[in-house]
Design a binder for this molecule. Structure first.
Ligand code: RNT
Ligand code: ZN
Length: 415
């Protein structure tokens, strides 16, 4: 079957596939730099383990060890993925050209090379303060009872606001700045309230750093639990959502679909939040039994998530999309590419799904079921292939050989 034949099939359902392709092409999705090096970054000892309740597992050869290697790897991923990409950096990816600086002393100049990278490729850039993998991040950061430790991390947050402003201004696109900490306890706390009050006050202080909300979009990301912090998470769902609701003029809520109880789904939470917030942010990942951060697949929940984004008008700017996963057990370029392409696929699939709202309102559930089931065997692959061609990206079946070649020629030479 050709694209034209597939297009006609969708047209019979009232779907304009050309318009869907055209729409998706310009929607930015943020690509996380941290898949390339197992979330190690460049500012601390790379032999030290990740802390803060997150973990990468696996030891596949070829991890990027330097900014140059990470950028080269990213370049290949950018080429292999259709659609509009935006970079997503962590503060720990600072590049020190004239001496190391600790997290509380980071400056825009430490991200100049990333700005050059983004400019040359026409990319915007999102940003994340890094409240983990650091000697001062031992269990608690922004909610720590010691005012000096708290101040260190507040200063880090403020530095990150200034860096986010720099990224937004240099690149001419808003910078989503996500605040996530792994603050929490392994076992039943004696005091659940204290850390939360301190966390709230610390975020207040960070956000007292002046910024333009049209350029810098601070988010708070919630979490249910992390490895080593199983009993209590300071920035729980209720805490983070309430914080964002009360501070709507300068903060937006971020949902990571690995951060909820296993039967909860973020797809359903998107319209719930958009009924109250003009803007939300997402970390798209794949949890297996816990926040395992596996590569995003084209599974039912990814499709449903993207369907809600599209249905709720999220492509018009109310949903800031970012990927967030890290698998160290497979080729990292492939991990990045499969996940990014899958999000694009799920979004395109949603765009070529007929809107059945009128049927729902007429209580026509029988027909909704019939159509939804039949949609599953529509020739979507042809629409996807056309999208890849329009974007100048390889179609399915055409990109993996490039990754293999890069593995042989470049990645396998790293130790
Ligand atoms: C951790 C959060 C957080 C991180 C990144 C590296 O559970 O999902 O977003 O994955 O900031
Ligand atoms: Zn996340």
């Amino acid at each position: 079957m050709s694209y034209l034949e597939a297009k006609a099939k969708y047209a019979a359902l009232g779907v304009d596939t050309d318009a869907a392709i055209e729409r998706l092409k310009s929607v930015p999705v943020a690509l996380h730099c941290w898949q390339g090096d197992d979330v190690r970054g460049f500012d601390t000892d790379p032999t030290k383990p990740l802390t803060g309740g997150i973990q990468t597992t696996g030891n596949y050869p070829g991890r990027a060890r330097t900014p140059e290697e990470l950028m080269a790897d990213l370049d290949l991923v950018l080429k292999l993925c259709p659609g509009t990409k935006k970079m997503n950096l962590h503060a720990s990816y600072a590049i020190f050209e004239d001496g190391w600086a600790d997290r509380d002393a980071l400056e825009p100049k430490h991200f100049k090379k990333w700005v050059d990278f983004c400019k040359e490729r026409g990319l915007g850039c999102d940003f994340n303060p890094t409240f983990f993998s650091h000697p001062k991040a031992n269990g608690l950061t922004l909610s720590h009872p010691d005012p000096e430790i708290r101040k260190f991390w507040i200063d880090h947050g403020k530095a990150c606001i200034r860096i986010s402003t720099y990224l937004a201004e240099e690149l001419g696109q808003p910078c989503v700045m996500n605040i996530w900490t792994g603050d929490g306890f392994k076992d039943i706390p004696a005091d659940r309230m204290g850390p939360r009050v301190r966390y709230k006050e610390s975020i207040d202080e960070i956000l007292s750093e002046p910024f333009d909300f049209n350029k810098v979009k601070p988010c708070v990301e919630s979490k249910v639990f992390g490895i080593g912090v199983e009993a209590y998470t300071v920035g729980s769902a209720e805490f983070s959502l309430s914080y964002a609701a009360v501070n709507k003029d300068r903060c937006i809520p971020l949902m990571d679909n690995g951060h909820y109880h296993p039967t909860e789904v973020v797809s359903d939470k998107i319209p719930a939040l958009l009924a109250f917030f003009p803007e939300i942010a997402l970390h798209i990942t794949r949890p297996i039994r816990w926040d395992s951060d596996h590569v995003v697949l084209l599974d039912d929940e990814t499709k449903e998530l993207c369907k809600e984004i599209v249905r709720c008008g999220g492509l018009e700017g109310s949903v800031n999309m970012a990927l967030d996963y890290f698998d160290a057990s497979i080729n990292r370029i492939s991990a990045w590419t499969v996940g990014f392409r899958n999000v694009q696929k799920a979004l395109l699939m949603a765009l070529v799904t007929p809107d059945l709202t009128a049927m729902q309102n007429a209580d026509n559930w029988t027909e909704i079921m019939v159509i939804q089931e039949e949609l599953k065997t529509m020739p979507f692959g042809e629409i996807w292939a056309e999208y890849c061609r329009v974007c100048g990206a390889p179609v399915d079946g055409e990109w993996f050989a490039t990754v293999k070649k890069y593995e042989d020629e470049v990645l396998s030479k790293r130790n």
